[in-house]
Design a protein around this ligand. Structure first.
Ligand SMILES: C=C1C[C@]23C[C@@]1(O)CC[C@H]2[C@@]12CC[C@H](O)[C@@](C)(C(=O)O1)[C@H]2[C@@H]3C(=O)O
Ligand SMILES: O=C(O)CCC(=O)C(=O)O
Ligand SMILES: [Fe+2]
Length: 331
């Protein structure tokens, strides 16, 4: 019999839990970037799930491994050392608290702005130079992948110019960010209740596009159109792409900003790295005229990314942030 000390139970009581994940879902669309039908498959997946797996993406396994190893090294540092780069405001090292409004999860993380104006020494006094350099190298590689995907969408939807979407995240004023997440295992809880801790609660990503890579520990779940949650198979060689709220708006609801969450594993650490491609602060977020049919009305009130971001940072993780900007919402 496993005997749990009271402090462990008390400490875990603040976190939400969930029944162990169901079998791994086999219906995640796989897009081979080098295949001629890639554009059509990307668009189909953005409409159906707002989520897909990318293979032949061109980011080297070596870069994945180097960044993962440096991230693991950082997360193994004594708590005091890691906290030199925190608290996240919103950038920096965070532990258990997500965002400014009381959300918690079984996760520690480093959140970076990808805009150069942020001096790393001010926000990350505790971060090793090697990790900083690898983050920059990795971000530029996955930004290119994000741009390639957005260019395929623009082409497939005949948006007129290939860079109608990609320019937003390629722009030097793009307000993008990057996150390294570490979900420690929690065997005590599994032993106690047979349940899993919620590592990162359900939410949608506010930006245009997110590009995710994880180690070989599963835990990511996405919500299907019928409201059921399914587990995404882990694959440390692939990238996963999800549609963010801004792309849902720009497609006037044709693409789906996918609701997702992460369950911590009871035995294995999960390490994930996510690039969130966002537009410049003053960019207007509205349906692109090229996607609209004759007479079609926008489902959303027009807003700038700065307005949306401000509103997002007032919300709780699981809130439907776009609902405030829907045309049907009270003015
Ligand atoms: C609770 C929050 C954390 C978050 C900002 C927010 O107020 C609502 C959106 C959250 C989210 C989800 C996707 C990304 O992980 C993130 C960096 C983002 O842009 O929006 C986080 C924000 C965060 O952790 O600061
Ligand atoms: O860590 C993951 O796998 C996903 C985390 C996530 O959804 C996020 O950071 O927005
Ligand atoms: Fe997310």
């Amino acid at each position: 019999m496993v005997v749990l000390s009271q402090p462990i139970v008390d400490n875990l009581a603040q976190f939400k839990t969930c029944k162990p994940p169901p079998d791994i879902f086999t219906g995640i669309p796989v897009v081979d970037l080098s295949h001629p039908d890639a554009k059509a498959r990307v668009v189909e997946a953005c409409k159906e799930l707002g989520f897909f797996k990318l293979i032949n993406h061109g980011v080297s396994m070596e870069l994945f491994n180097l960044l993962e190893a440096e991230a693991v090294k950082f997360f193994k540092l004594p708590q005091q050392e890691k906290e030199k780069s925190g608290p996240p405001n919103p950038f920096g090292y965070g532990n258990k608290r997500i965002g400014p409004n009381g959300d918690v999860g079984w996760v520690e993380y480093l959140l970076f702005s990808t805009t150069n104006s942020h001096n790393p020494n001010l926000i990350f006094p505790g971060i090793p130079q090697t990790l900083w350099c690898l983050v920059n190298e990795y971000v530029s590689a996955v930004r290119n992948v994000g741009c390639e995907v957005l260019e395929m969408i623009a082409d497939q939807l005949q948006m007129g110019s290939k860079d109608a979407l990609s320019r937003l995240i390629r722009d030097e004023k793009s307000d993008s960010c990057f996150r390294l997440n570490h979900y420690p295992p929690c065997p005590e809880l599994q032993a106690l209740s047979g349940r899993n801790l919620i590592g990162f609660g359900e939410h949608t990503d506010p930006q245009i596009i997110s590009v995710l890579r994880s180690n070989n520990t599963s835990g990511l779940q996405i919500c299907l159109k019928d409201g059921s949650w399914v587990s995404v198979p882990s694959d440390h060689t692939s990238l996963y792409v999800n549609v963010g709220d801004s792309l849902q708006v720009m497609s006037n609801g044709r693409f789906r900003s996918v609701k997702h969450r992460v369950l911590a594993d009871s035995l294995k650490s999960r390490v994930s790295m996510i690039y969130f491609g966002g537009p410049g602060l003053s960019e207007k977020i509205r349906p692109l005229s090229s996607v609209m049919e004759d007479g079609e009305e926008s489902l959303y009130k027009e807003f700038t990314w700065s307005e949306y971001k401000k509103s997002a940072y007032k919300s709780r993780l699981g809130d439907n942030r776009l609902s405030l900007f829907e045309k049907s919402a009270a003015q």
